[in-house]
Design a protein around this ligand. Structure first.
Ligand code: PMT
Length: 399
């Protein structure tokens, strides 16, 4: 359960008799080190009071979508971004149906739609309702969308029926929640990750750079921490906070990124180069702001930057080395060429000609390419994709 330490769990409670067990669930989650914020549907408040959950979670309970006071505190979008995981327990048949339909007619369903965090449901309902074809269809649809179902269990129900539909016990739900945070596949391993763009100065006020936001690299770094690794994140200039639990080294130019990457490389087990490094830099950096003068043209002489990932891959104590390939056409073919030319173990190819994925978007879709195989990971929020990629990299590393 130590995987719950410092995790931010948004506990959603919907209107079923099992709602009374959420008092114990909130206690279990907090006891395991998680920070818990509770959102209740109006029906849930008929079964257990918000005051009880406020006392047990240690935070105010969120009830309404259009509550001016709550929005002035932690508004619903902020709450959606805050969560590392959304856990809905109990999840009624009605809530599952609304989630399947993509409705956003109350605070909890809106948060589920607005958040990139993984969503887990602990269904609880009468056995006939659970077995009903509509509910079964909804359960299947939700799972296809990567929503995880905890249970339900089988047994005696509040209505006297016996069958499937019982909510799992709070201790089981807390345990399954903890398991969502990876199974420490990189425990004891040191991972270096480059992220974001580099900036190559031309003069004191101008530079050459690119559109990288750092989101992909930061998502990988967060996932590597969750997988138990010791992580050094070598970051170009981005507007992202450092994820908790790692060392972040901020750099600006490719040359600085190389120095930071090689510092301690002998203790690095896995190196992941997700940064968009400028291939060239100005041959001479002007000491003062360059004046445009009367000329209509200007020639800037560029020289090649060091190739960071290739330098690491050719180091005498080389770690398992993973590169990225940002391409606008023939994505996999170019990636495969970089894989062999730079002597990489794996390369993750993404199509940066699309504006909805790749550079500076919240989503990405990639193909993971190794010497003898390739696997497509379809469009997913970068936060989730980071976890999928770390799991695949760890598997290849151990193999
Ligand atoms: O930061 P985001 O907005 O989230 O966007 C993510 C991303 C699109 C930047 C990321 O997914 C990505 O594709 N990163 C690699 C970008 C890139 O520079 O690709 P490339 O094909 O030019 O380089 C190939 C590999 O060599 C990369 O691993 C790169 O980090 C590395 N490289 C390149 C040049 C250089 N001088 N040194 C390097 O290490």
């Amino acid at each position: 359960m130590q995987r719950l330490t410092d995790r931010k769990i948004l506990l959603g409670i919907t209107g079923g008799i099992a709602a009374y067990k959420c008092a114990e669930l909130a206690r279990q989650l907090r006891g395991a080190g998680a920070e818990v914020r509770v959102v209740m549907t109006p029906a849930a408040t008929e079964f257990i009071t918000p005051l009880t959950l406020q006392a047990l979670s240690g935070n105010p309970v969120h009830l309404h979508m259009l509550d001016a006071e709550a929005e002035a505190g932690m508004g619903h979008i902020e709450l959606a971004r805050w969560a590392d995981l959304i856990l809905v327990a109990p999840a009624t048949a009605d809530f599952m149906a609304r989630l399947t339909a993509g409705q956003a007619d109350d605070l909890l369903s809106t948060l589920c739609l607005a958040s990139d965090a993984p969503v887990c449901l602990a269904p609880a309902m009468n056995q006939a309702m659970w077995r009903n074809a509509a509910t079964q269809h909804n359960a299947e649809m939700l799972q296809q969308r990567n929503i995880t179902l905890f249970g339900p269990g089988i047994g005696e129900q509040a209505c006297g029926d016996i069958g499937p539909g019982r909510m799992l016990e709070p201790v089981e739900i807390a345990q399954l929640t903890a398991e969502q945070f990876g199974n420490a596949v990189l425990a004891g391993k040191t991972v270096f990750i480059t992220a974001g763009p580099t900036r190559e100065a031309i003069d004191p006020v101008r530079y050459i750079s690119n559109h990288s936001s750092g989101k992909m690299g930061y998502a990988l770094a967060q996932a590597a921490v969750e997988a138990g690794a010791t992580v050094k994140l070598i970051s170009g200039p981005v507007n992202l906070p450092a994820p908790a639990g790692l060392e972040r080294v901020m750099v600006s130019s490719a040359e600085q990124m190389l120095v930071a990457s090689l510092d301690g490389i002998e203790r690095c087990d896995i190196f992941i180069a997700s940064a968009a490094v400028a291939d060239f830099r100005a041959a001479d950096i002007a000491e003062h702001k360059m004046k445009k003068g009367k000329a209509d043209e200007m020639v800037l002489r560029l020289v090649k930057n060091p190739d960071i990932v290739a330098t690491v891959a050719n180091h005498p104590q080389r770690p398992f080395t993973v590169g990225f390939a940002a391409e606008t056409r023939d994505v996999v073919a170019y990636a495969r060429d970089k894989l062999s030319r730079k002597r990489l173990d794996l390369i993750i190819a993404n199509d940066v000609s699309r504006s909805d994925i790749g550079f500076n978007s919240d989503q990405n879709a990639v193909t993971v390419v190794s010497a003898d195989a390739q696997q497509v990971l379809p469009e997913t929020p970068k936060r989730q994709l980071g976890g999928q990629l770390i799991a695949m990299i760890a598997q290849q590393y151990h193999a």
